[in-house]
Structure formats: structure tokens, C-alpha cells
Design a protein around this ligand. Sequence first.
Ligand SMILES: [Zn+2]
Length: 132
Amino acid sequence: MNFLRRIFSHQDEDHNDPTFNPERTDDLYALTEEGYIIAQDIACQFEYVEHAVCPDCGGELLLVAQINRASQGLNELVCACKQCNQRSSLIFDVSNTTYQTWMSRQLGDLYVRNYDGPPRRPARRQKQRTRR
Ligand SMILES: [Zn+2]
């Protein structure tokens, strides 16, 4: 989990990047009850891939496909290991309020809410708070 801390420490590097949400919270990368990774903008999902490693051999991951699951409030990134070519999927929650608020600001009149369900939240909020 150390790589998550590294990402947190870089979180306010580039405020001019339109894929970056300057209002990211401590819930970033927390897991929902279903095991989805909480995303709060576009950039964080690619940052996560950059820092993640292959579950089999620990090799670096290469992004090979994106599966739009907006109707489920999800976005799936399919990766391949650079060393052993093993495929793995990272499934991000984009139903959360931080992401949706940011997205609606980005899109303005073009914003459409694709997912009807309630926003997902971190599985264990208490634990998230103590991480600071
Ligand atoms: Zn591998």
C-alpha cells in the first residue's frame, strides 16, 4: 500500500491538468464494499495504473484497454504485465459524489448522470480517517 501514499503526496502537483480534480479527498483509492477502487477524476486512474504492479510477478503494468461501464457507475482499465503478459483488470468506482461533482463541472450542460444507484462510499470510513 506504500505506493498509494506516494500518489497522495503528489496529488496537488498540476492544477492546470483538466483531467485532475483539485478537490480530491482522502477517500481517493479507498475500496468500496464491492472492492472497487474509488476514483475522483480521470488522471487518478492512470496514476494508479502507473504505480500498480502485476499480481503474479510484480512487473510493471501497461494499459491495454478501457471498458466504459458508466451505466454501473464504473470504469474498467485492462492492463497487461510488461514481464509475463498476464492480464489484469482495475475497476474504478466513478459513482461517488466527488467524481460526479467534478465531472458535472467539467461537462457543464453536457453532463448526464449515467448511473441511477446511490453513490458508492468507502467500505470502512473510520479506517480512512486514521490514515492521515
Ligand atoms: Zn507479471
